[in-house]
Design a protein. Sequence first.
Length: 392
Amino acid sequence: MIIDSPIASLNNSVSTNVLLDDFQLVENRKKTKIKRKLTTSAFKKKRAQHQSNVASKNVTSSLISSMSSIDMVEPLVNKLVHTTDNTHQVRCTQHVQDSQIIKGTQQALRNSPVQSVLPISDTQQISITTESTRYAQTRFPFPPFIIRFNVGRITSNQIKEGLTSHCNKNFQMEINILNCRLSNRSSNNEYDFLLFLKDASSFSFLLDTNHWPNIFGNTNYTFPYSSSIPPQLSLIIKNVDLRLDFKDFSNEIKTNYPQVKNVIRLKNKFNNEIKLVKFKLSSATVREELSLKKKITIGYIVYDIDEYLAPANILICSKCMGLGHFMKQCTQTKSTCKTCGECVDDLKLHICSNVEKCIHCGQNHKSNSLKCQVVKSFRSELTRKLLSSNNY
């Protein structure tokens, strides 16, 4: 550029491709590249917009064909067609449409007369009722002793008075009886009595059959079943190595503590063994001593021990096999077979296929089985509620 020249600089001027004094104005290279980029991006933008419009039209047509049976979706489809010019709006509307399709399908399944057994999530299935908590808290704390007679007509008072006087006279032991009643399963040839105890000391004392009298009212009796040891007489050993020989471990516990009747390694909900071991004792005194120490030595290793909290008793309706209500409160008109899950007018006239199918989860077990995952979840939630209320 010439200083003080009347001719302006040509480098920054706009190119017109006009000859001026044998000189030609040349375009700036950077500006040329920018123009090319702008042209290319504009072309790509138009092509992308065209493709999105085509895709949105295809989405609209597929949605209309798939939802032709649902009347409530028509205004939403019209809205989708009018908004195809905007890709973002199309995607938002498509998301709304998908949720409406799911809701419409679920509503159609609910209204369908054919009901299928489908696993239900825990949040939908579990509903802890007042009846469930009362049932779990008011059941007898200890399992009954079953006393069977083959002859005579023994009364419950004869059993209670004979047992308490025998234990008090011969062993100076006071037995606290909660209830004694005739079993509903008694037949003409034999009849059973169910004896319930109040506390762990009375129950553990009567676990030894040598503490019982030989006869009641000059009538012989038998024990058809041995009473199971309740959770109140059980403890938990923590952090037991999964690699040790469990048989030797159990034998050593029973050798050191003859009152230990059974040793069980616990499992989780996936049926995998865990590091907790439960052991049952026949002596309430030994159980109390170990519980106070909170330690137990097995094979020169000191383990921590803790109380074993039993899962709560579950209330299952005997009419519909539902959870959390009594038969008197059941609103189902028909009765449900606990084995095959079929609803019938009269269970006595029902011919069961004996093919087990749970109405809760659809698996091959009875509907009142405690191994059902739905029943397990219900029991876990019920136990958690009882523990949180400090009444369990």
